[in-house]
Every structure is written in C-alpha cells, then in structure tokens.
Design a protein around this ligand. Structure first.
Ligand SMILES: O=P(O)(O)OC[C@H]1O[C@H](OP(=O)(O)OP(=O)(O)O)[C@H](O)[C@@H]1O
Ligand SMILES: Nc1nc2[nH]cnc2c(=O)[nH]1
Length: 190
C-alpha cells in the first residue's frame, strides 16, 4: 500500500534546521520534483478513506494545495484554500496558527454554513495548525466529514484525537539525522 509514497520518504534528504532534523519531500515541500504518480496514489487513497460525499475540500497553503487540487480534479468537488494573507471578504474567519517552527495568522474564506467539508493537509507534526483550524470551521457552521493528512510526525495526530477529532494519516514516520523511518502505513498491519 502507498508504495510510491513509502519509497519517496525512504529517499527523503534530511537538513538541519538548528537541531531539528528536517526531511525534504515533494509532498511537504514541493521539491525536488512532485510526480503525478505520487499525487495520484495519495488522492486515490484519500478517496478510499473519505469517499466523495462532501461539498467542499479545505486545505491550508502552501503544501495542502497540490493535494486539494488533485482531489478536486478526481471528485469534481470545489476547493477552498486557507490562506496566510487577509482578504477582508464578507464572513472571513481569522485564526492564529503555530507550528513547531512558525507562528502566524490564517484566514478562511469561501466555507459556507451547513457545508460538508473534507479537510486535507500534507503534514501534521505538533497539531498546532489543525488545532486552530478545525474548531474554526465548526464555528463557521461547516460539518467536517473527514480530516486526512498524508505524513504524520510527532504527537500531533494523537493530540487531535484527545481533542475529539479523528485525524486519518497515510504514513507515520520518525526522522533523525540519518533519515526517515516509516513507523506505520494506513491499511497495513505493523
Ligand atoms: O502540525 P503542525 O505543527 O501544525 O505542522 C503542520 C503544518 O506545517 C506545515 O505548514 P507550514 O506552516 O510549514 O507551511 P507550508 O505548508 O507552506 O510549508 C504543513 O503544511 C502543515 O500545515
Ligand atoms: N517538510 C517537513 N515538514 C515538517 N513539518 C514538521 N516537521 C517537518 C519536517 O521535518 N519536514
């Protein structure tokens, strides 16, 4: 399962962000090269999990965009991207986000009350992004049908479950200065 994703993660180079061993991968960074075969494998797996019965796909700039786009083309469902810049449109929701290495505000536009929403993203690490986004979407009156993240690193997914949000992740990895190790793959016994 998810062979292309697993192989690409095993090959992912590691750079040091201070002491933090940072893996570089096409899905999380868009470099060195994001291949359609990888996007297709992931989008198909997300559809296996979520089906197609939702009104809107919501993701977060920047690296949620390729995933949301691939899903939208396959399902015909429209996309709203949560941005890091304000637009001031009627009903815009502002929230603050923090990750392991950044802090900032997020702006939600285009999500309508009563809509069934699929949330997708590339990586969950501390959970700071989803911890801010999911309650905000519910406050806007959206009904979150699934939350699917491709790569899980750290305890973010577990923290979201403690908050009552089921986050599906496709692969769970560990990273050290020698490289990426795959701990779990969705749908496979470990
Ligand atoms: O679980 P967390 O600790 O919140 O980390 C996960 C978030 O970090 C990355 O976004 P980033 O803010 O780095 O922006 P990018 O997508 O533009 O790289 C990633 O795309 C997730 O949105
Ligand atoms: N690309 C990438 N994104 C991350 N988000 C949290 N940790 C990492 C990492 O090591 N690499």
């Amino acid at each position: 399962m998810l062979e292309v994703l697993q192989e690409s993660l095993r090959k992912a180079p590691i750079v040091n962000r201070g002491e933090y061993p940072y893996f570089i991968h096409p899905i999380s960074d868009g470099v060195p090269s994001l291949e359609p075969e990888l996007l297709d494998e992931i989008a198909e797996h997300m559809i296996n999990i979520a089906g197609t019965d939702y009104d809107r796909i919501v993701s977060i700039e920047a690296m949620g965009i390729p995933l949301a786009t691939a899903l939208s083309l396959k399902t015909g469902v429209p996309v709203s991207i949560v941005r890091k810049r304000q637009y001031g449109l009627e009903g815009e929701m502002i929230l603050s986000q923090s990750t392991g290495y950044s802090k900032g505000e997020l702006f939600i536009n285009g999500v309508n009350k009563g809509e069934k929403v699929l949330v997708v993203d590339d990586v969950i690490s501390t959970g700071g992004t989803l911890k801010a986004l999911l309650p905000a979407l519910e406050k806007m009156g959206a009904q979150i049908t699934n939350v699917i993240v491709v790569i899980s690193r750290g305890d973010g997914a577990a923290k979201m479950r403690d908050m009552g949000y089921e986050v599906d992740t496709l692969v769970k990895i560990d990273v050290d200065h020698d490289g990426v190790s795959i701990l779990e793959v969705a749908g496979e016994q470990q």
